[in-house]
Structure formats: C-alpha cells, structure tokens
Design a protein around this ligand. Sequence first.
Ligand code: DI6
Ligand code: FE
Length: 403
Amino acid sequence: MRCDRVWTKARLATFAADRPGMGLVEDGVVAALDGRIVYAGPAGDAPALEAYDVVDCQGRWITPGLIDPHTHLVFGGDRAHEFELRLSGASYEEIAKAGGGIVSTMRATRAATEAELVATALPRLDALLAEGLTTIEIKSGYGLSLDDELKSLRAARALAQVRKVSVTATLLGAHALPPEFAGDPDGYIDLVRHEMIPAISAEGLADAVDAFCEGIGFTPAQTRRVFEAARAHGLPVKLHAEQLSNLHGAALAAEFGALSADHLEHLDEAGISAIAKAGTVATLLPGAFYFVRETKLPPIEGLRAAGVPLALATDCNPGTSPLTSLLLTMNMAATLFRMTVEECLAGVTREAARAIGRLETIGTLEAGKACDLAVWDIERPAELVYRMGLNPLHARVWKGEIA
Ligand code: DI6
Ligand code: FE
C-alpha cells in the first residue's frame, strides 16, 4: 500500500470504536497518505507499506491528537485584577453584577482589531499546541455586538491560517447582556436571532451556536429563541448549562439535539436522562470548577451509569478558567471529579471530537480519519493524566505533517 509516511515501533492508544478500552496496541504502526490514516494497528496485521518516510518511534506511545472542544480563546485584555478581588472575597456573580466579568472583557475585545485578537490568542494557542493539540473549538462571546462578534469569529478562523491546527468556531452571542441593552435582554436576543445568526450563516463564520443559560446569563426561554434561530439556519447547538444553578438548560439542549451540554455541576437526574436519550455529550470543565472554587461536583456517577459520553475541555477564558493545558485539565478531572484515566484520555480525543460533531473525521486512530497524532515520551498512558506541569510530548502531527 502506497503511503507518504509510516510511524513504526510504536505503542498505540487508538480509542477506536472496534477496540475495547483505550484500544491499546503494543507493537503498532500508523500509516498516512494525503493527510489521512490509511492503517493504524498491529504491525503484524499491517499490509505491505511503501512510504517515502519511515519514522521509528522507538517504543513511544501515540494517541490521537488532542482536541479542546470548549474554549473562549479569542478575547481582549485579561482579568487578573478581578482575580485579586475574588481572593479578597468577592464572588464571580457579585463582580459580574457590578459590571465586571464578561462585560469588562467585552470592552477590551471591542477595542481590539481582528489582528490584535489573533496576536493575543496566539500564545494561548501555542501553549495548547505544545501539548499535542490538533483541533480546537473557539467561541465568540466577548464582542456582544454584530460587528464585534463577527470580528471575533474571523479572528478564530484566522488562527488556522497561521498555525497547523484545525479550528471549529462557535457563535456565543448569548453570553452576556451588553450595556447598550441593559434591562432589555429580549431585545438583545432579537439581535442575536435576526442579525448575528443570519450573518454568520451567510459568511460561514461559525459551525455551531452556543448560549449561557444561567441566572447571570440568559433564561431557558431566551435560550430557546436562540436555538430556534440556529436550527432555522441549519446550525447545531451547544449550551453552557447548570454551571451555577439548575435552570434545566441541559434538558433544553437535549430537546434541540445539542452536540454538547457543558459545565453541568448542577445537572439533575432528569437532565441526565434527557441528554442520554438525545446523544448529547457532557463536556466537563474542571478548570472552571477549580478556579471559581465550586463545591458542587457534576454528577459523574449518574452520567456514567446513563452512558452519556464524557468530554473534557479547558474552557480557556479570562474570567473562570484561564487554563491553557489539556494535560492539567485531565489531572483535574481525575483528581477533582474522580474520572478514570481512560475517561480522561477519551475525553480529550474521541469524546471531544463527538462534542464538536467531528467524530467522523478526527478523535481516534482509525483508517480514513485525519492523521492527527500526538507522540509521547511516556511508559504508560496514565502518565498523561498523573503529572501536573511536565509535558512529555515528543512530536505533534497534523494531517500527516510533523508540525
Ligand atoms: N461560563 C463561564 O464560566 C464563562 N462563560 C460562561 O458562560 C465565563 C466567562 C468570563 O467570565 O469571561
Ligand atoms: Fe465556557
């Protein structure tokens, strides 16, 4: 079989659908042609492979390239000063109500040009790439006006032009109420519905639509109106749900067949069964749980028992999760949420791909998928979840190219 590059003498964690657990292969081979995997499996079962480049992995582990399915990577400024306020006792909600929080980042984002948004996002993206990231979801949500939301989504798309990475963009216009709509949330939701969603759909600027369904965000009724507009434009939905309280947002997301419901600390049994039935992924965000010092754990046992797919993400954002490490995210998910090593690694590969609607093309080491790989200097996959701060990445491969 003709291929461009073959990785030999590797140990594979394939996360393939037809292999149990992490889909481990001790003496494995991955072969790529035109950026796609043509074979991934035991060397002994491999077809004859003719390649112009053979990479001897010398026993190193290969996983699918890491995927971050929930980030707010593009924004202006930072909120270090608010961090200090919180250290002296102010709550996230108090700061938001006092005009800080998301709205303060909105001001910095509106003041930034698209190029400046790209430039300030790059160090955050590079930190994730250094740990083997190959695909990232990036939300808007700090512009909160038509032009500034479009500017943010264009900046997100532009990152894929300056780095070897795949970007999926999500409109999060319904993130917070901008000052010009104070007291008129329904008027702002009309702007999201009648201007933002048609514009991003016409320009192909977003692959999904998200909302913040929360007391300091938008109500289920307002969220429903956003989702109806998304559906009318053929855009899938995701939802920030049950982060600080239970507004039954996850059940609403499930009603719209959402790709994912995210956060979920306050998710109840009814919400669990609703997302289980809908096939909606639960995307857990331990960085935000840790950073806001949340004490209510998401119902991992209930989600596990209901067979809900569990994804993990950094939720990289300046207010509740200034986190740019999927390795640390996995350690937090295991340490704080008691997720297993297998669940954590699946959560940033196969299940993360599912959460962004791209499981057909990425997230596992299987023929036909993009040849997105992370090659690790480790003795066992558990090391990727166990350590805090040490990055054992040996090489990152994006669409068959050693990046
Ligand atoms: N929930 C969150 O934790 C972030 N957005 C959201 O809907 C916080 C965003 C911020 O504080 O900047
Ligand atoms: Fe978020």
